[in-house]
Design a protein around this ligand. Structure first.
Ligand code: SF4
Ligand code: SF4
Length: 233
C-alpha cells in the first residue's frame, strides 16, 4: 500500500507561483473578489509565502516557501470534526467530503499550518474561465471548508488504470498538478514507503525537514533546506 507524499526543494524554488496557478486551475478554486480578498477570505490550496530569516550582524533575507496541505499522518484537523467530513485514507491522503461539511470551522482552528479555507461566498470566476472548469473536480458550495486534496481525482484515474491492468500504480503515473507544472523541478511526489522512489530518497537526505515537527503531526510534505544537490541522495 503506498503512502503518498511530497518533497519541496527550497533551494530550487524560484517563487514563480506557477504551482499556485496550476492548483487553482486544476481544482476549480474560486476567485474571492476585491471585497472578500481585502478581508483575508481568498482561497489558496497552495500558497508561496515569504518567511524572514534573521542572520548575524542584522543581516536578514526572505525565504519563499510553497505551502500545500501537509497531509499529516497524525492530522489534528480530523480529530475535531464533529461530522467526520474529513478523514485520512489508507494511502495517507487527508480527504474532505464537501457534502458532509457543516462549516463549523473547528478543523481550521485545529490545523497548525492554516491550510484550510472557508467558502465565504458562492464562487466567482471570470466568464472567460468558466469554459475551462476541470470536470473531474466538483464546485464547492457556500459555507463549507476546503483544502488541497493532493489532486485526488488524478489518483482515482491512475488507480483505475492500474487496477484494469492488474498492477500497482507506477512511479510518476500519479502526480499532483503543482508538481507537474513546477518549471524549476522543485517539487516531487510519490510513495514515501517505497525505498526506491525519488521522494523517499529525498526524504532521507540530510537536507530534509518538516514544518513544526515538534507538534507531532507527522507531515507528509517534506522540505529540503540549503545544501548541495545530488541526484542520488
Ligand atoms: Fe517554487 Fe516551483 Fe512553485 Fe515556482 S512552481 S513557486 S519554482 S515550487
Ligand atoms: Fe489537516 Fe492541516 Fe495537517 Fe492538512 S496540514 S492534514 S489540514 S492538520
Amino acid at each position: 500500500m503506498p503512502r503518498w507524499g511530497m518533497v519541496i526543494d527550497l533551494d530550487r524554488c524560484t517563487a514563480c507561483q506557477a504551482c499556485t496557478i496550476a492548483c487553482r486551475n486544476e481544482n476549480n478554486i474560486p476567485f474571492a473578489g476585491p471585497d472578500h480578498a481585502s478581508k483575508g477570505r481568498a482561497i489558496f490550496w497552495n500558497q508561496v509565502l515569504p518567511f524572514k530569516e534573521e542572520g548575524e550582524q542584522g543581516y536578514s533575507r526572505i525565504r519563499f516557501t510553497p505551502l500545500p496541505c501537509m497531509h499529516c499522518d497524525r492530522p489534528s484537523c480530523i480529530k475535531v470534526c464533529p461530522v467526520r467530513a474529513t478523514y485520512k485514507s489508507e494511502e495517507g491522503i487527508v480527504f474532505q467530503i464537501f457534502a458532509r461539511c457543516i462549516g463549523c470551522r473547528l478543523c481550521m482552528c485545529a490545523c497548525p499550518y492554516s491550510r484550510r479555507f472557508y467558502n465565504w461566498s458562492k464562487g466567482h470566476w471570470p466568464e472567460i474561465m468558466q469554459s475551462a472548469f476541470n470536470p473531474d473536480v466538483s464546485l464547492r458550495p457556500l459555507g463549507v471548508v476546503e483544502k488541497c486534496t493532493f489532486c485526488v481525482h488524478r489518483w482515482q484515474k491512475a488507480r483505475e488504470k492500474a487496477r484494469s491492468e492488474d498492477r500497482p500504480i507506477r512511479e510518476g503515473e500519479y502526480v499532483t498538478a503543482c508538481v507537474q507544472t513546477c518549471p524549476a523541478k522543485a517539487r516531487y511526489f510519490g510513495d514515501l514507503d517505497d525505498p526506491e522512489s525519488m521522494v523517499s530518497k529525498l526524504a532521507r537526505s540530510r537536507r530534509a525537514f518538516r514544518l513544526l515537527e515538534e507538534l507531532g503531526t507527522h507531515p507528509k510534505v517534506i522540505y529540503l533546506g540549503e545544501g548541495e544537490w545530488r541526484e542520488d541522495i
